[in-house]
Design a protein around this ligand. Structure first.
Ligand code: NAD
Length: 246
C-alpha cells in the first residue's frame, strides 16, 4: 500500500527506537521522509537504510530543544522537499529517572526542554507551513506515565501530561486550518534492549503478556497520519498491551 505517496513526513528522534521503525514504514508507503536525530550519524544511517530500500529520505540532524537548530532543520526540509505534510514529535529522553528527592533544577529543565519545549518548537514551525497549505497532521508521543505514575518519573511524566494537554489544545487552534493533531501513547516498549529477569518481571504486568517493540507503534502512528483518520483530531491511541485498561 502507498498511503503517503508525494507526502513529506518529518520524524524527530528517528535515529533509533520507535522513530526509526515508523520512518521505515512511512517510506515504504511512498512518503519522502526527513529523519531527525540529535545523533547525526544515527539520522544518517536511518536515511541510508530508507534509500537502500528504494525510498526517499533526508537526514536532518538537529537538537529539537533548541530554537535555532529547529529553524535550520525546517529550512533544510523546505529547501529539499518544499513542505511538510506530517510531523511526528517522537524525540525524547527515556532514561532520566530519578527519585523526586534526588531531582534538581538542571534535571527538571533538561527533561522539560527535550520532551516538552521541543514539541512546541517543532509543532509551531510545522503548523505555520501546514496552515499555508490548509493541510497537515501533527502527531505527538505521550506515555502511559501521563495517566499512571511510575517511580522516579516526576519530570518525565509531567512532560507527557503536558504533551497530552498540548495535543488537545493544538487540535482546537489548528482545526480551522485543516490541520489535525493526535498522539500515540506507548506503554512498555523495549527499545532499550532489556533482557532476562527484569524483562520477564515487567512483562508480568502486561495483559497481552509481552513487552512491546518499536514496530508495535507503526500501525497507530501511520493510521493517525492517513486519510482514514480524516475526522479524528485531539485524540490518542494507546499502544500498551492493555496496561492502562487494568
Ligand atoms: P529512543 O531513545 O530509542 O529514541 C529517542 C531518540 O530521540 C534517540 O534516537 C535520541 O538520540 C533522540 N533524541 C534525544 N534528544 C534529542 C534532541 N534533543 N533532539 C533530537 N533528537 C533527540 O527511545 P524510544 O523508546 O524510541 O522513544 C521514542 C518516544 O517514545 C519518546 O518520546 C519516549 O518518551 C516515548 N515513549 C517510549 C516508551 C518506551 O517504553 N520505550 C514508553 C512511552 C513513551
Amino acid at each position: 500500500e502507498q498511503r503517503f505517496r508525494e507526502q513529506v513526513v518529518l520524524i524527530t528522534g528517528a535515529g533509533g527506537g520507535i522513530g526509526r521503525a515508523v520512518a521505515l514504514r512511512f517510506a515504504a508507503e511512498g512518503a519522502r521522509v526527513a529523519v531527525n536525530d540529535l545523533r547525526a550519524q544515527a539520522a544518517q544511517a536511518v536515511s541510508e537504510e530508507i534509500r537502500a530500500a528504494g525510498g526517499q529520505a533526508l537526514a536532518v540532524p538537529a537538537d529539537v530543544a533548541d530554537r535555532e537548530s529547529v529553524e535550520a532543520m525546517f529550512d533544510a526540509v523546505e529547501r529539499h522537499f518544499g513542505y511538510v505534510d506530517v510531523l511526528l514529535n517522537n524525540a525524547g529522553l527515556i532514561s532520566e529517572d530519578r527519585h523526586f528527592l534526588e531531582g534538581d533544577e538542571a534535571w527538571w529543565d533538561r527533561v522539560q526542554r527535550v520532551n516538552l519545549k521541543s514539541v512546541f518548537l517543532c509543532s509551531h514551525r510545522a503548523a505555520r507551513i501546514m496552515a499555508r497549505r490548509r493541510r497537515g497532521v501533527i502527531l505527538t508521543t505521550s506515555s502511559g506515565g501521563a495517566t499512571r505514575a511510575h517511580r522516579g518519573n516526576v519530570a518525565y511524566d509531567a512532560t507527557k501530561g503536558g504533551i497530552e494537554a498540548m495535543t488537545r489544545a493544538m487540535a482546537l487552534d489548528l482545526a480551522p486550518y485543516g490541520i489535525r493533531v493526535n498522539g500515540v501513547v506507548p506503554g512498555l516498549i523495549n527499545t532499550y534492549g532489556l533482557s532476562g529477569e527484569v524483562l520477564r518481571e515487567r512483562e508480568a504486568v502486561v495483559p497481552l503478556g509481552r513487552y512491546g517493540t518499536a514496530e508495535d507503534l507503526v500501525g497507530a502512528a501511520t493510521f493517525l497520519a492517513s486519510s482514514d483518520a480524516a475526522y479524528i483530531t485531539g485524540q490518542f491511541i494507546v499502544v500498551d498491551g492493555g496496561v492502562l485498561a487494568q
